[in-house]
Design a protein around this ligand. Structure first.
Ligand code: SF4
Length: 327
């Protein structure tokens, strides 16, 4: 139903995460690193909302703030009409069942000393009272859901390939029937052929279970086929947001254009048409962000004004916005 698709599941308003910089021997420093600097977006039920940008842009910190694995400095994350940042312990327990995470490196997030059976039992032991048989049935159905066999139950993480370990990570994330899964670079450590298997698995699980995915990646080519909407982050801010079609077919921000120009094209006929835009230098330090536009030092089309005046988020179309003086 159309209205179900449009239901807002998470409403993130002006989220910030500042890290204080250690002071010297004589006292506290007032300086901060603005890892996430006033980020606002909404995630709709059943969609895949992707957050992309280079390492250090604040995308993972945003994801960790949604999960409350790190405490945001200010802002609001509204879920089920409550601000997650103000939830009490018992409310957080409920929220955590609804929002789970898959990490880049499943090996480091799976206890090497525990069998797969024990790893998949843990969420149920903590949160539910199940008989031995019920627990076993649940675990077997989770394994099937992610395409693993029952005979894998008594094996240990090191006995699996990277792709299989990510399947175990996905099974664990699904154990308590969450509504939202934050996927933090879930395929970056995998071979390209395995990447597409895991992306296809996530897509089919989304359809089967009505999941909402928040997909975090440095690579636009990874999010191209899985995303409904995309937010591009640079130096703690969202610089462009739009539907997948708008971001890929009509990018507006010079940073998005540069990121897209480095995405490989599968169709050889189109290859000649592609003009690669090189962005020089590294992302500036979030400790001393530029005075005007954050992208000024690397922007190939910068103007004098950009060094002085911070651009505002402007509408390109009803669902497409970009943070640039040229819009
Ligand atoms: Fe480039 Fe200026 Fe736009 Fe920033 S505001 S992205 S420096 S053109």
């Amino acid at each position: 139903m159309a209205h179900v698709k449009a239901e807002i599941l998470l409403d993130v308003k002006n989220l910030t995460k500042y890290y204080p910089i250690k002071g010297n021997f004589f006292g506290k420093s007032k300086e901060v690193i603005k890892a996430v600097d006033g980020v606002s977006f909404q995630v709709k039920k059943g969609e895949t909302f992707s957050i992309v940008g280079e390492s250090g842009c604040g995308k993972s910190t945003t994801g960790m703030s949604l999960l409350r694995l790190t405490d945001a400095t200010s802002g609001e994350i509204v879920f089920d009409q409550k601000n997650v940042l103000e939830m009490k312990k018992y409310e957080m327990q409920e929220y955590r069942k609804n929002i789970q995470v898959i990490f880049q490196d499943p090996y480091s997030s799976l206890n090497p000393k525990h069998s797969i059976k024990k790893i998949l039992s843990e969420p149920f032991v903590i949160n539910q009272t199940l008989s031995k048989t019920e627990l076993e049935e649940k675990i077997i159905s989770l394994l099937r859901l992610v395409g693993l066999d029952i005979h894998h139950l008594h094996r240990y993480p090191h006995e699996f390939s990277g792709g299989q370990r990510q399947r175990i990570g996905i099974a664990r994330a699904l154990a308590l029937n969450p509504q939202i899964i934050v996927c933090d670079e879930p395929v970056s450590a995998l071979d390209v052929s395995i990447q597409s298997q895991i992306l296809n698995l996530l897509k089919s699980l989304q359809q089967k279970l009505g999941l909402t995915l928040i997909f975090i990646s440095h690579d636009l080519s990874v999010v191209e086929h899985i995303s409904d909407r995309i937010a591009v982050m640079y130096l703690g801010k969202i610089v462009e947001t739009g539907t997948r079609e708008e971001i890929f077919n009509n990018p507006q921000h010079p940073y998005t254009k540069a990121l897209l120009s480095s995405v490989p094209i599968a169709d050889p006929k189109q290859k000649k048409m592609k003009h690669r835009i090189n962005i020089e230098g590294d992302i500036p330090s979030a400790k001393n962000p530029p005075k005007g536009c954050a992208f000024y030092s690397r922007c190939p089309v910068k103007m004098d004004k950009c060094n002085e005046v911070i651009p505002e988020l402007r509408k390109v179309s009803p669902n497409h916005q970009a943070l640039c003086h040229l819009i």
